[in-house]
Design a protein around this ligand. Structure first.
Ligand code: ARG
Length: 484
C-alpha cells in the first residue's frame, strides 16, 4: 500500500486530489499523457476570476463563511501575482490549471482553499474558463478586424478611381477600380465580424452550477455568478453546460472563413506582385530573399497566411471530430479542445495584425493596371450594351461584338483601337449592326466611360465606390464604438 492511499498516513505532497479511491499511482507516462497544465495554464486568469465569483456566491449564500472568502481572495491575489511574475511553479502531477491553482491556494490559506470546490466540479469550471477566455479572444479579433478594415478602406479610398482589370476565370473581363476590388474584401470581413459577434452571444453564457453533470445540492445562485462574470445568461441544462463545445467550434468555423477570405486576398497579392503582372509592390518588411538567388523578393507573409488557413481549417475539423462521437455528459476527450482553439485564436490575431500593416503599406502600380486593361478587350460588353441601347437585341449585339473582337485579335490589337470603318466591316454579317454604329460607339469603349456607366449601388464606378466607402466608414465607426 502506498503512502498516498493509506488512510492512516497523510497524502504525499504529489498525491492527486482524487487519489483516495485508487490502489496505485498512475505511471509517469499516464501522468504526462493525461495532463493539460502545459497548455491550459493560459487560462489561469480566467480560472482565478471564475473561482472568485464562485467563492463570493458561496459566501453570499451562506455556504462558506465570510472568513473563508476573505482567505480565498487573499490567496488568489498572491497566486495571480506569482503567475504574473513568472514565479508560480506549475506541476505536471497536478494535471491542469485548475488543480494547480487550487493546490497552491490550499497551501497558502489552508482549509478555506479546500472549501472553494464546494458545489463545483472541474467540468463546469473548465467550461467556464474556456468561455471567459474565448470571450476575450473574440473581442480582440473583432477589434483587429476593424483595424484591418480601416487600413483597407484607406487604400480603397486612395484608389477609388484607379482602373484595373476585373477578372473572371483569371482572364480580363471588365474594368473595375482597385478601390472597388478591395471593397469586396471589406464586405467579406464585415460578414466575418458579424459571425464572431453572433458567436460571442452564445459563448457568453455561464456553465457554473452544472457541477459534474447534474447540478448540485447546495443552495447556489447561478444568476448572480453570471452577472458577476459578465455573462448574459446561464446555460440552461447542466448536462449540456459541461459537455458541449459547439461555441468553440463556431469560433473556429468563423475563424476558418476569415482565414479563407484573407487567403484569397493573399493569393491575389502574390499574383499582383509577380513581375509579369506588376499591379502592386509589397513593402520589403513583408518579404524575404532567397539564400541562393540574389535577385529574389518573395511574398512570404501572404504565402504564410494562405498556408496557415489550412492549419485553421484543420482545427475546425479537429473540434468537429472531437465532438461527434461523445455521449453526454463530460468526457476527457474535451481536454483536447484547447490547443486547436488557442492556436486558432493566436493565428487569427497574428494574421489580422500583420495584414493591417501589410495592406496599408502596399504600393499600387496604376500604370501597369491600366496597361493590362488595354489588352483584353475589357470593354467589349460596353459596345454590346451600346448596340442594345440603339435597338439591337442583346444576342445579336453579342454576336456583332464577338466578330469585332475576332477582327481585333487578327490585327493584334485591343478592340478599343479599331477604327470605325473596320468595326463596321467586322460586324457586317449581323443584320442591322453596322448601320447603328457611329463615332460615339467608340466612346463606349473607353475605360472611363465603362466605369462611369456602372454608377448604381455596389457598382464599379468611382462615384459608387466612394459612396460605398462612406457607408463602410460609418459602419466601422459604429462597430468600433459598440465593441465591448
Ligand atoms: N483538464 C480538464 C479538461 O480540460 C478539466 C476537467 C477535468 N474533468 C474531469 N472529470 N477529469 O477538460
Amino acid at each position: 500500500m502506498t503512502a498516498q492511499n493509506n488512510p492512516s498516513s497523510p497524502p504525499a505532497d504529489d498525491a492527486k486530489v482524487w487519489s483516495g479511491r485508487f490502489g496505485e499511482p498512475v505511471t509517469e507516462l499516464v501522468k504526462r499523457y493525461t495532463a493539460s497544465v502545459f497548455f491550459d495554464q493560459r487560462m489561469a486568469a480566467q480560472d482565478i476570476r471564475g473561482s472568485l465569483a464562485h467563492a463570493r456566491m458561496l459566501a453570499r449564500q451562506g455556504i462558506i463563511a465570510d472568513a473563508d472568502l476573505a482567505a480565498i481572495e487573499r490567496g488568489m491575489a498572491q497566486i495571480a501575482d506569482e503567475i504574473a511574475r513568472g514565479e508560480f511553479v506549475w506541476n505536471l502531477g497536478d494535471e491542469d490549471v485548475h488543480l494547480n491553482i487550487e493546490k497552491r491556494l490550499t497551501a497558502l490559506v489552508g482549509d478555506a482553499g479546500k472549501r472553494l470546490h464546494t458545489g463545483r466540479s472541474r467540468n463546469d469550471q473548465v467550461a467556464t474558463d474556456i468561455r471567459l477566455w474565448l470571450r476575450d479572444a473574440i473581442d480582440q479579433v473583432l477589434a483587429l478586424i476593424v483595424a484591418f478594415q480601416s487600413r483597407l478602406l484607406d487604400v480603397a479610398e486612395a484608389h477609388a478611381d484607379t482602373p484595373m482589370p476585373g477578372f473572371t476565370h483569371l482572364q480580363v473581363a471588365q474594368p473595375v477600380t482597385f478601390g472597388h476590388h478591395l471593397l469586396a474584401y471589406y464586405e467579406m470581413t464585415r460578414r466575418d465580424a458579424e459571425r464572431f459577434a453572433d458567436c460571442r452571444r452564445r459563448v457568453n453564457r455561464l456553465p457554473l452550477g452544472a457541477a459534474a453533470l447534474a447540478g448540485t445540492s447546495y443552495p447556489i445562485d447561478r444568476e448572480s455568478v453570471a452577472a458577476d462574470l459578465g455573462f448574459e445568461d446561464i446555460c440552461r441544462n447542466s448536462l449540456d453546460a459541461v459537455s458541449d463545445r459547439d461555441f468553440a467550434i463556431e469560433f473556429c468555423a468563423a475563424g476558418a472563413l476569415l482565414m479563407t477570405h484573407l487567403s484569397r486576398l493573399s493569393e491575389e497579392i502574390i499574383l499582383w506582385m509577380n513581375p509579369r503582372v506588376g499591379f502592386i509592390d509589397l513593402a520589403d518588411r513583408f518579404c524575404t530573399g532567397s539564400s541562393i538567388m540574389p535577385q529574389k523578393k518573395n511574398p512570404d507573409v501572404p504565402e504564410l497566411v494562405r498556408g496557415k488557413t489550412g492549419r485553421v481549417n484543420g482545427h475546425l475539423v479537429a473540434l468537429l471530430t472531437l465532438m461527434k462521437g461523445q455521449p453526454l455528459a463530460y468526457n476527457k476527450d474535451n481536454q483536447e479542445d484547447k490547443e486547436p482553439l488557442f492556436d486558432t485564436a493566436d493565428t487569427l490575431i497574428d494574421t489580422l495584425r500583420i495584414y493591417a500593416d501589410m495592406i496599408g503599406g502596399i504600393r499600387v502600380r496604376a500604370d501597369n493596371m491600366r496597361a493590362a486593361l488595354a489588352q483584353g478587350h475589357a470593354t467589349a460588353t460596353d459596345l454590346a450594351d451600346w448596340l442594345v441601347k440603339k435597338g439591337l437585341p442583346f444576342r445579336d449585339a453579342h454576336e456583332a461584338v464577338a466578330l469585332a473582337v475576332r477582327e481585333a485579335e487578327a490585327r493584334g490589337c485591343d478592340l478599343s483601337r479599331l477604327d470605325l470603318d473596320v468595326l463596321k466591316a467586322a460586324v457586317g454579317p449581323v443584320p442591322g449592326a453596322a448601320g447603328l454604329l457611329g463615332p460615339d460607339a467608340l466612346a463606349a469603349l473607353t475605360i472611363e466611360n465603362s466605369l462611369a456607366a456602372r454608377a448604381h449601388a455596389g457598382g464599379a464606378a468611382p462615384d459608387a465606390v466612394s459612396a460605398a466607402i462612406a457607408v463602410a466608414r460609418a459602419a466601422a465607426a459604429k462597430a468600433a464604438s459598440a465593441t465591448p
